[in-house]
Every structure is written in C-alpha cells, then in structure tokens.
Design a protein around this ligand. Structure first.
Ligand code: ATP
Ligand code: MG
Length: 571
C-alpha cells in the first residue's frame, strides 16, 4: 500500500526550497486537495533515553515542518515505556533542543505514560474479547516458540487459557504479585503469520521499576507496539510518520486500531532514516561515547547531537536547511557530511561578522612604525552587510602574524611573506620583510619588516602585491583559546561492521587546542556569537567555557567548500 502511495505521489512531485524531493509533502498535499483530510496532526515521539541527534532533527523537521506548512498541529510526545533507560535530564534536554531548532509543539508536552490507564483498560478489553492471554513461558521460550522467517511459530501451552483466568492473572501482574520475566500479556493473533510481528506480540511485561512520570504506580509496562498506535489514536494524530524499520510493524499497528474502540484511525507512513557519513546516529552508541568519556558530554562539539552541533556553532537555520536539502524518500540514504558543512558555511558566510585571529603567532616588528604610533583602521564588520557596522583595528609597532604565512625559503607560488618579499596586511598597508631574527635554537623568533605608508587601499606604484595576510596588534589584542574540531571518526561508516567495535575508528586528532591571539573586538563577545576568522574559518564562542573574561572559540567549519566540488564532479 505504501509503495502505491509513494508511487502515485511521485507523479506530481514538487521540489522543496533547496530543490530536493519530499514525498510526504506531496502525499499530504494530494490528500488535502482530494478532501481526504482537513487538517493534519503529526507528532514527534522521542524516547527520553538520550539526547537528540541529527537524525532526530530530520524527524522534527519532517513532523513540525509538515504541520507548519499545511496549517496543522504537531505534538511532542515522549515515548516513555522503558523507565529503566529514561531520565528527566533527557526530557529537559529534548525540549530545549526542539525550541532551539525553532519549533513549538501544540498544547502541553505529552507522555505515552499519560495513557497507561487507558492502555490497561484496552488490554483487559482484548482479554475479554479472547484476543489476548497471559503467557508463562520464559523470554527464551517465547523466542524459541516464535519461529523464524522461514519457519512458522508454535502456540504457547498457555494460549488457550480462559478469559476469567487471564483477567485475574493480568490483575495480579499489575498488582506486583509476580516476579519480572515470569509472565507477559500477549495478543492472540496468529503464530503462523508470515510477518513475525503478528505472532502473538507482547503487550505487557512485568517490571518492578520506578517511572519518572508515574512513580511506583505500575509493576507492568506496555510494549512499544501496544503503546504507539493507540497513543496516536488518543491524540487524534492523522499522520504517524516514522522511519522504515517500523514498516513491518504497520500491520500490527493497524490490527490494534481495528480491534480496539479507539477514537481515531491514524495512518502510519514510513520514510528512510537519515544517516550522515563519518558519524554515528544511534543514541545507544552516542551514550557509549559519553560513558566512556571519549567526548566531553552529550553536547561535546564533536557529537552529532543537536546540542553538540549547537555548541559547535551550527545555527537552527542551517540545520533546517540541511534537512530540506537532503529531502525525504523511502530509499535508504547516507548523506555526505560535506553537505552539512555546506549548510552552515553558507549561512555563516552571509551572517557571521568578520574578525582576525592568529592561531600560530609569529612576532613582526614594523621597524618604521614609531612606538607611539597612533593609527586605527576602521573596517567593515562584514564585507556585504552595512548593518553589521565597523570594527577598529589599531596598528602598532609590534604585531602578530600566523607562522604559516611566512617561509624562509618559499616555493615559487608562495605569495605570502618571505625574506625581501612584500605582502599586504589585511585591511592595512603593504609590508616588506627586511630581516629574519632567529633564536639560539635556529628557529625563526621574529621578523623585522617595514611599512610602505603609501599603500592603504591601493597597490604600491609599479609593484604587484598578490598576498594578503591576517594580523593583530601585539599591544591591543586578546588571548583566545581555539579548539580546532574535526570529524570524530576517520572511517566513513564507523559502524558498518556490526560485530566490530566502532570506537576503533576514532580520529585521534578530532580536537586540537591552540592558544591564539585575537583582535581587540573579540574581548567583548557573548557566548554563542559566531565569526569568520578571516582566512582561517568559522568559529563560535563556546557557550559554557566563555566566562569570567576567558575567551574560548570552537571551530565550526573551515572555509573550503568541498561540497561544491563534489557536486561539480557529479554534475
Ligand atoms: P536511536 O536509534 O538513535 O535511539 P530511535 O529511533 O530509537 O533512534 P526515538 O527517540 O525512538 O529514537 O526517535 C524519535 C523519532 O525520531 C522516531 O520517530 C524515529 O523514527 C525518528 N528518528 C530517529 N532517528 C532518525 C534518523 N536517523 N532519521 C530520521 N528520523 C529518525
Ligand atoms: Mg526508538
């Protein structure tokens, strides 16, 4: 059925803002035009067992985005049926992430646990209808009796228990009379069904666990399958949009809706998970990185979590754009991380003010600049954005440049500084390197250069100066800690081999910290402000570490656009 649906939608496909396709959008538009649905209601249903990652950003964008586009509503519902793995801290972080992405859920925050009473009443109803039974088989036996893809299952010896006995046992399970693992409630559907999900799926398990929402009220917890569709129905969800691994569960989803007196019949449609290369998107694996202290918490700027991306310097707009660019389809897709980089780079190119920061400082003494030289260049905050005003760059006798911008024995095409060569100081004068001063170890200690004061904003007469380098005044500058982040994994698909330890692919150089020197304007930055450090890359003031006068910048992304190159090659 889903194949038919997506195929028909493909016939009149329209593109998203960035030119990608989104079959859900086309499908819903068709349904609205055909009068099949008036107003859509979607939901984002995270399990609060970790922080949200980039894949969840996609799901949020899909669910909230479609609701927004078609004037519908989107609920936030925590899918909280597994108290052992869930925490209030995750519930709080998830809400913060959704808000930060720029979305607002309709009504209160909802919890599947809000419906535990109703779900229990429906379970009793199934028992009374002869459609559910209490099974005493152990979990291993249940697995064994279930059969395989090629062999049918066998009925449990407890399958034919009477209604009254089942009701009493279920009540006993709820009252906490039985130990964990000794009994389950199962739907009585078909042990020989080709779809294993229909072979008498488990509805309730005994778990004597404290729940973050319901406290100690429950000794049994409903399974995901018994919870999800009915919660959708209770909330009047019209479109239950989920990832493809739930496709095989759809017949069960529909079986519950057909066999219970639910107030609405939501429709489940699956789309492909979004994965990004050089990263892992599984809360379980991300939790391992946190627990093993491979990273500095869930929001470490190397994490593909929404909070990690935020700390790295990503903007909400860039993540939404990335989701749009990658589109929605039913074909499994691994997105190139270069595309994510492209999304933030193009945002920051337009919107981040410029600043100069030297990461690997080399002292330059401008021999013809007096010690009391008093000159300030007033330069644009952004080359194309007058609204960003100007910033002040004082020129002093001593300045810092980047060591990489000097070579004692330069190759032919080196247009930066070298003995006897000229280069322009960005936003300032042309200087010439007259003398290289070395320390006792033979290393270059500083350079003596002279300024050509007749070159501000124009080329020196008769000479062509090709190179431009960034610099900061030694007297008026601020020390900054710069954290150079790179991919966390060296391998494109770190978890491709299911049996191998994905941690073996960690990039040992995913974080390199350097002490840099920034232009004076950086002294006043607020946490989370973003800059292009000219000629270096895009950086964001760390939202936690920038305090008490300390300046810490995270590299968000470099200046070079590899995505455009990849596209050219493909195009
Ligand atoms: P994980 O494996 O990381 O724990 P999950 O699917 O178990 O992911 P949930 O909290 O259950 O995590 O997910 C909430 C919603 O987000 C679900 O509807 C799920 O389908 C969707 N989702 C999760 N990962 C992705 C992804 N990579 N791409 C698109 N949607 C996703
Ligand atoms: Mg899940």
């Amino acid at each position: 059925m889903s194949v038919e649906r997506s195929a028909s939608a493909e016939n009149h496909t329209e593109k998203t803002e960035t030119g990608a396709t989104n079959f859900l959008r086309n499908q819903i538009r068709d349904e609205i035009q055909a009068g099949q649905v008036e107003s859509i209601v979607t939901r984002f249903p995270p399990e609060p067992n970790g922080f949200l990652h980039i894949g969840h950003a996609k799901s949020i964008w899909v669910n909230f985005g479609l609701a927004e586009q078609f004037g519908g509503r989107c609920h936030l519902r925590f899918d909280d049926t597994n108290p052992a793995k869930e925490e209030q801290a995750y519930i709080d972080a998830i809400q913060e992430d959704i808000h930060w992405l720029g979305y607002e859920w309709s009504g209160n925050v909802r919890f599947a646990s809000d419906y535990f009473d109703q779900l229990y009443a429906w379970a009793q109803q199934l028992v009374r209808d002869g459609k559910a039974y209490v099974d005493d088989l152990s979990p291993e036996e249940i697995r064994e009796y279930r059969g395989t893809l090629t062999e049918p299952g066998r009925p449990s010896p407890y399958r034919e228990r009477g209604v009254e006995e089942n009701l009493a046992l279920l009540e006993g399970m709820r009252e906490g009379e039985f130990d964990e693992g000794t009994k389950v409630l199962r739907a009585k559907i078909d042990m020989t069904a080709p779809n294993i999900n229909l072979r008498d799926p488990i509805l309730y398990r005994i778990r004597h666990a404290h729940h973050h929402q319901t406290g100690d009220k429950w000794k049994i917890y409903p399974s995901y399958d018994f919870t999800h569709g009915q919660s959708d129905a209770i909330e009047g969800i019209t479109h239950s949009l989920c990832t493809l691994e739930f496709e095989d569960h759809r017949p069960l989803y529909e079986w519950f809706l057909a066999n219970l007196p639910v107030p609405a019949k939501p429709k489940q449609t699956e789309f492909a998970r979004m994965n990004v290369n050089y990263t892992v998107t599984s809360k379980r694996k991300l939790k391992l990185l946190v627990d093993e202290q491979v990273v500095d918490g869930w929001d470490d700027p190397r994490m593909p979590t929404i909070s990690g991306l935020r700390r790295r310097g990503y903007t909400p707009a860039s993540l939404r754009k990335f989701c749009d660019m990658t589109g929605v389809s039913r074909a499994a897709n691994v997105v190139d991380i270069a595309m994510l980089h492209f999304a933030i780079r193009s945002d920051l190119e337009d919107n981040a003010p410029r600043a100069m920061c030297v990461l690997n400082p080399l002292k330059v003494i401008l021999t013809n600049v007096k010690a009391d030289h008093d000159e300030v260049f007033e330069v644009p905050g952004h080359p194309a954005r007058d609204d960003m005003g100007t910033r002040r760059l004082p020129l002093t006798r001593e300045i810092w440049i980047d060591r990489d911008d000097f070579m004692e024995e330069p190759p032919k095409k080196f247009f930066r500084l070298a003995p006897g060569k000229e280069v322009r100081l960005r936003n300032g004068y042309v200087i010439r390197c007259d003398e290289v001063v070395k320390g006792d170890d033979g290393e270059v200690d500083s350079l003596h250069c002279s300024v050509d004061f007749d070159t501000l904003g124009k080329n020196p007469e008769g000479r062509k100066v090709k190179g431009v380098i960034h610099w900061v005044s030694a007297e008026y500058s601020v020390p900054v800690e710069v954290r150079l982040y790179d991919n966390l994994f060296l391998e494109e698909a770190p978890d491709r081999d299911k049996d191998a330890d994905f941690l073996q692919h960690l990039n040992p150089a995913s974080l390199v910290t350097v002490q840099g020197i920034g232009e004076p304007a950086l002294a006043a930055v607020e946490p989370e402000s973003r800059f292009q450090f000219e000629r270096v890359g895009y950086f964001c003031a760390d939202r936690h570490a920038c305090r008490d006068g300390k300046l810490v910048f995270n590299r968000t992304v470099g200046l070079k656009d590899s995505w455009a190159k990849i596209q050219q090659k493909q195009g």
